[in-house]
Design a protein around this ligand. Sequence first.
Ligand SMILES: *Cc1c(COP(=O)(O)O)cnc(C)c1O
Length: 392
Amino acid sequence: MRQVYADNAATTAVSPSVLEAMLPYFSEYYGNPSSLHSYGQKTAAAMDEARATIAHCLGCRPGELYITSGGTEADNWAIASTARLSARKGKKHLITTKFEHHALLHTMEEMEKEGFTVTYLDVHEDGLIRLEELAEAIRPDTALVSIMYANNEIGTIQPIAEIGKLCREKEVYFHTDAVQAAGHLPINVEEQSIDMLSLSAHKFYGPKGVGVLYCRRTVPIYNLIYGGGQERGKRPGTENPAAIVGMAVALKEACEAMATDMPRVAALRDKLIAGLLAIPRSRLNGHPVKRLPGNANFAFEGIEGESLLLSLDLKGIAASSGSACTSGSLDPSHVLLAIGLTHEVAHGSLRLSLSHYNTEEDVDYILAETPAIVANLRSISPVWERLMNEKE
Ligand SMILES: *Cc1c(COP(=O)(O)O)cnc(C)c1O
């Protein structure tokens, strides 16, 4: 049976060259980068090079990067630090959207408990915010705007440069969760007026457990933890050179391959979308083109997304009903509810996320197997039966 991995928004495979670049740092070059001897110098030099590479990919300086354990930590740190430091100047209002990742939403909820007011911008049916609504929401006491670059469930891409420009004009800090975008879409923090940005290596063919918080040199940031001098004293602890080197190689590779990967993967996505929309009472969630090259998210009326996933898995197809973090819970996706789906329709969602490893044969296989699975699940679904009766 064919095996098709179409859950790349949850995580990607480490690329072979990334793995190869990492391996020496587990065995041969094991020095502590803070040590003065040649063992330490070797790893310290490799990490300097890795930071320079990452900075080059983002259009910033190496000294503006903080290595973290991933996207969740970077999001938490950016929000909590900026909020708490701004509160000292009397700014206690934060702005985000209703469809952020939980790493961000749950941090915002925590800030609310600390006395901050949070505005959650609406996300329209196309999966995009409206700039006018953001402009209206900004107040004199607004400390921070945090809007994700590309959504992890429906893949929609926000107008980041316009948002950055607006925030700059209004003198409000702008953070973006770019975990889904990094390595897949062009990023330049200068041109897009981004003050803070989160990314995570395992979403672009790098290792898990390592990410970056970019923080513009003019934006204050507090200590996440306390210890030695690593990460300029803000996030101390002995670094993980293998992971950091792997992340840099992965980002460089992904950015270099972007020009050819983006159109090729987008063409596969579009074939997938056209094919699955031929299923009756199906819909595409999110904007048809302002979406990540690899993301396709559907809702099929009358079925449960979880049953669909299990049936697809039996055919060797790995997909998701939404974000990995909420799967296992029976609540419908907050993202799909935010763009206006009813609970019932949101339950029948399917996210297929392609990578540069996927082929046209993979897409053909998904298109060959899915319609029969949907039809079969509908044939035993009381919800579908009711929908059909309503129609008559
Ligand atoms: C995966 C993801 C995160 C969390 O990143 P981790 O490195 O897994 O902690 C945050 N935001 C978005 C949009 C993501 O897709």
